[in-house]
Design a binder for this molecule. Structure first.
Ligand code: ADP
Length: 201
């Protein structure tokens, strides 16, 4: 299977771009979504998280207090590493299973922290969704209902824009309208179809 790793900073437009590829029938595997599923009520990982961080990490209904967890791991690297060591291998296994059963010509894995984690050898190309920091901050605040300071803090914790761009195979500049985005996705889709058709299955 030919695999595209889609990444970009917070609110750059990864989900929006992924949804446009999905409309073309391409299988999308979203690692954030997998992480959320793995920490749903009833999952082993949620029990391990509650044991490690204490019961306060759970909301009254027993589900994970994701906002609190995010605050903890953003301010404490050791805790972030602990959580990554728990979830990353599980996410990778689930991702590989979904890739294995994917029926589309190629597939896209959405990996927000692709440049912040260990390289994934199964990825053939890296597609970076890029936009200006002003737009990122504005869109993150509106979408997530967070303050400007919180948005800036998240941006600072992520890989630098220049680093992402320097290491990209393909780039989508998401600074214009959704219609422009659709045209860019269509061009890349044609390229990926052609590359995938020459790729050994
Ligand atoms: P990411 O998945 O990278 O965090 P999203 O795709 O969720 O980012 O986009 C962040 C927010 O910005 C969303 O509310 C989305 O609807 C909006 N958005 C993304 N691209 C555009 C665009 N080209 N024009 C207007 N709004 C956009």
């Amino acid at each position: 299977m030919y695999i595209i790793g889609l990444t970009g900073g917070i609110a750059s437009g990864k989900s929006t771009v992924a949804a446009l590829f999905e409309k073309k029938g391409i299988t999308i595997i979203d690692t954030d979504q997998l992480a959320r599923q793995l920490t749903d009520i009833g999952q082993d990982s949620l029990q391990k998280i509650a044991l490690h961080f204490g019961k306060n990490i759970l909301l009254p209904d027993g589900s994970l207090n994701r906002k609190l967890l995010r605050t903890i791991i953003f301010s404490d690297n050791t805790q972030r590493l602990w959580l990554e060591q728990l979830l990353h291998p599980l996410i990778r296994t689930e991702m590989e299973q979904q890739i294995h059963s994917a029926q589309s010509e190629y597939c896209i894995t959405v990996i927000p922290l692709l440049f912040e984690s260990t390289p994934n050898p199964i990825i053939n190309r890296i597609l970076v969704v890029d936009t200006t920091e002003e737009l990122q901050l504005k869109r993150a605040q509106t979408r997530d209902n967070i303050s400007l300071d919180e948005a800036k803090w998240i941006l600072l914790s992520q890989a630098k824009r220049e680093y992402r761009l320097a290491n990209a195979t393909d780039i989508i500049y998401n600074t214009g309208s959704i219609d422009t985005l659709k045209e860019d996705v269509e061009k890349l889709h044609q390229l990926y179809l052609s590359l995938a058709s020459h790729h050994l299955k």
